[in-house]
Design a protein around this ligand. Structure first.
Ligand code: AR6
Length: 177
């Protein structure tokens, strides 16, 4: 099986994508925020936040690099997987490993919940300030490795909201051809 072929890149709004699960670039509180997190909660409605509150009450906040899964409310997707990316502090504070964990743990949760198609935003590349070129490298390499581990996942869609992320991801994906 050629796992490279399972990764697709599109430009657009992740809230509009019809997949089994969309990934949210959340924060540890899981209580919503700006960027893609705000867009997902606005489009999906209050059921998502209700699920997040239950998770926080039953367990704890979501640590950086971890992920949790909730309903997708009114979205076309079946689930939202909330993962917490690292804040960029210059690159010497384990940022790359934490970002890789976000992609790995999100795919693991997708697989455990029988999702075959998953869409990711460019985690950490907005408010959290992760350089887009380096983030694209981590995203593609980690997804490639994780797809081997979770062969039941048929397709990963990388959803880029801006041209710069799109170009970096496109470059990384072309290297695989
Ligand atoms: N669809 C796809 N991508 C989007 C969308 C959208 N609708 N909207 C923004 N992006 P960010 P972070 C892109 O800031 O850096 C929140 O407040 C955006 O262009 O959303 O991980 C959370 O609550 C960027 O490339 O997430 C946290 O506090 C990418 O999504 C914090 O921001 C990620 O940008 C997380 O920061």
């Amino acid at each position: 099986m050629n796992h490279n072929a399972k990764i697709e890149l599109i430009k657009g709004d992740i809230t509009k994508i019809e997949v089994d699960a969309i990934v949210n670039a959340a924060n540890s509180s899981l209580m919503g925020g700006g960027g893609v997190d705000g867009a997902i909660h606005r489009a999906g409605g209050p059921a998502i936040l209700e699920d997040c509150r239950k998770i926080v009450a039953a367990r704890a906040r979501c640590e950086t690099g971890n992920a949790v899964i909730t309903t997708a409310g009114n979205l076309k997707a079946g689930f939202v997987i909330h993962t917490v990316g690292p804040v960029w502090h210059g690159g010497n504070q384990g940022e790359a490993e934490k970002l890789a964990s976000c992609y790995r743990n999100s795919l693991r949760l997708a697989s455990e919940n029988r999702c075959k198609t998953v869409a990711f935003p460019c985690i950490s590349t907005g408010i959290y300030g992760y350089p887009k070129k380096e983030a694209a490298q981590v995203a593609v390499q980690t997804l490639l490795h994780s797809l081997v581990q979770f062969p039941e996942i048929e397709k990963v869609i990388l959803v880029s909201f801006d041209e710069e992320n799109y170009q970096h991801l496109s470059y990384q994906l072309n290297l695989l051809k």
